[in-house]
Design a protein around this ligand. Structure first.
Ligand code: KIV
Length: 259
């Protein structure tokens, strides 16, 4: 798609209902992101989510979207401790999760070596640079990365190193648009941006944020493509009211004697 200059539409996904819907609407790639920790499990960062929890949701997504390319995030400390641990975690994602690829964060030499070993084992790997949420405490918060010349240079070098190590694609999160454009032009593999401007080869958003299910989260980079939260609240309000005033269930929802 990058060679054909076709923008790649990626969304995160965590369950079977949305997986079916996203596949039916032709989303190019689904990411079972470790944002699962925040938008589904209610933690305040991605750090607590476990490999077992990621697999539990990954399997549901694969069942719902059997014809779509699904990438699963390797959670915090499932790949940083050792290459063996990374191989085990990524292997579980493929064998138990049934996904087609894994994503991991960072681009230092150790991470690149891990990527090399996973790729050598036949596991497609997506990289992730810029704001890498598993390092949120080291980065000092959720803020734009690569604004200073030195940080921008490091990001360019790490992007090239991840491509060289065998990544098939690279997420760029919260980086200035011009830097994302340069990296996207320099790499042969597609970049997938979130908060990285219009010049990435594809875009990804966190599904509940994009569909208005996460009220109060309104960063600059986010566009809400639907307001499902409002619709859901109105539906629940009506249900409670109709149960309480005995309008639901009506005769049309009630089984007769005749079968
Ligand atoms: O976990 C996630 O949802 C992600 C996307 C923001 C790219 O990594």
């Amino acid at each position: 798609m990058k060679r054909r200059d076709e923008p790649i539409a990626v969304l995160t996904c965590y369950d079977v209902l949305f997986a079916r819907l996203l596949e039916a609407e032709g989303v190019d790639m689904l990411l079972v992101g470790d944002s699962l920790a925040q938008v589904v499990l209610g933690y305040d960062s991605t750090l607590p989510v476990t490999m077992d929890e990621m697999l539990h949701h990954g399997r549901a997504v694969v069942r719902g979207a059997p014809h779509t390319f699904v990438v699963l995030d390797l959670p915090f400390l499932s790949y940083q401790v050792s290459i063996e641990r990374a191989l085990e975690s990524a292997g579980r994602a493929m064998k138990e999760g049934g996904v087609q690829a894994v994503k991991l964060e960072g681009g230092d030499p150790d991470t690149c070596e891990t990527v090399r070993r996973l790729v050598a084992a036949g596991i497609p790997v997506m990289g992730h640079l810029g704001l890498t949420p598993q390092s949120v405490h080291a980065l000092g918060g959720y803020r734009v990365q690569g604004r200073e010349a030195e940080a921008a240079d490091r990001l360019r070098r790490q992007a090239a190193a991840l491509e060289d190590a065998g990544c098939f694609s690279l997420v760029l999160e919260l980086v200035p648009g011009e830097l994302a454009r340069e990296v996207s032009d320099e790499l042969e593999i597609p970049t997938i941006g979130i908060g990285a401007g219009p010049h990435c080869d594809g875009q990804v958003l966190v599904l509940p944020d994009a569909l208005g299910l996460n009220p109060g989260f309104e960063p600059r980079f986010l566009k809400r493509f639907a307001e499902l939260g409002e619709g859901a609240r109105a539906g629940v309000r009506m249900y409670v009211e109709e149960v309480r005033n005995r309008r639901f269930p009506g005769p049309e929802h009630t089984f007769g004697e005749e079968g």
